[in-house]
Ligand binder design. Structure first.
Ligand code: C2E
Ligand code: MG
Ligand code: MG
Ligand code: MG
Length: 282
């Protein structure tokens, strides 16, 4: 019986545990060691002011340079890191590295607006979030106003009661706040009004449909109108075509980001888009 069970267990492992689950397990094991092995790096995607075409900011996006798998994108490991809690130390590293890089650019005399960093729900719920942000800023010397944190609606709505207080305290530090993937979550306009936000990022899903899909046009225009009435800036993400860019500019969207304008690239490459502070721009 025991032998049979053993065999069954083995069978369960090989046959029923699908290939994907097994790969997830391997991935999780190497993810646990990735931080100490220094396998993460940040790429940066430029954001441009639609009115002037000038660089308005850069968004830091994590990449995992796995020794065997090569470059692994966040879509493969962020959800897993959320589940097992590894996102908290990984996210702290991202903040620290983004602030260090931002300060290094400043010291080189480069202008880049702000540096945006993504925060996941689990990070937002962590007890030491404020300390982590403050430490990253203090240790790097990056002015807080140059840091922008991107949160999703669901990260905030997970704990709406404490969210306002926490967002207020982040804002008090001088750090800017934006809602990522806006329009895909469940935040009511009433709750939105209470958050001390600086900008909304229109989700790529809506941007994809403009200017041809009437619903996406309506949603995009409505988000821009509401955001502006609330005193918020609007960023469009996922801009891939010239028609999208033209539509967004005409619709009054403040900032555009997407493959058409610039892909996420290494720090040294995005730096080439940054004007030197001592260069006179005509
Ligand atoms: P996100 O914050 O909404 O970032 C935008 C994602 O869209 C990025 O994917 C970016 O490369 C991609 N993207 C930008 N422009 C275009 C475009 O024109 N077309 C298309 N199809 N895609 C575009 P990426 O870098 O793979 O990141 C995916 C998501 O992973 C991010 O979505 C963010 O939610 C999460 N993420 C990335 N870095 C971090 C991080 O450091 N911490 C946390 N917590 N999450 C992160
Ligand atoms: Mg983002
Ligand atoms: Mg986004
Ligand atoms: Mg998105």
């Amino acid at each position: 019986r025991a032998k049979e069970r053993g065999r069954n267990t083995f069978q369960f492992f090989t046959a029923d545990m699908n290939h994907q689950a097994f790969e997830q397990m391997l991935l999780e094991n190497s993810l646990r060691r990735a931080l100490e092995r220094g396998e993460f790096e940040l790429h940066y995607q430029p954001q441009f002011a639609t009115a002037t075409g000038r660089l308005a900011g850069v968004e830091a996006l994590i990449r995992w340079r796995h020794p065997e798998l090569g470059m692994v994108f966040p879509g493969t490991f962020i959800a897993l890191a959320e589940q097992n809690g590894l996102i908290v130390p990984i996210g702290a590293w991202v903040l620290k590295e983004a602030c260090r890089q931002g300060k290094a650019w400043l010291d080189e005399g480069r202008r880049f607006g702000h540096i945006a960093v993504n925060l996941s729900a689990r990070q937002f719920a962590a007890d030491d979030l404020l300390d982590t942000i403050r430490e990253a800023l203090d240790n790097s010397g990056l002015p807080p106003s140059m840091l922008e944190l991107e949160l999703t609606e669901s990260a905030i709505m997970h704990n709406p009661g404490e969210a306002i207080e926490l967002l207020d305290r982040i804002r008090d530090m001088g750090v800017a706040l934006s809602i990522d993937d806006f329009g895909t979550g469940y935040s009511s306009l009433a709750s939105l009004k209470q958050y001390p936000l600086d900008s909304l990022k229109i989700d790529r899903g809506f941007v994809k449909g403009v200017p041809h899909d009437a619903d996406d046009v309506a949603i995009t225009e409505a988000i821009i109108a509401i955001a502006h009435k609330m005193g918020l800036k609007v960023v469009a993400e996922g801009v891939e075509t010239a028609q999208q860019a033209e539509f967004l500019k005409a619709a009054g969207c403040d900032v555009a980001q997407g493959f058409l304008l610039g892909r996420p690239v290494a720090a040294s490459e995005v730096a080439r888009l940054m004007t030197a502070a001592d260069t006179v721009v005509a």
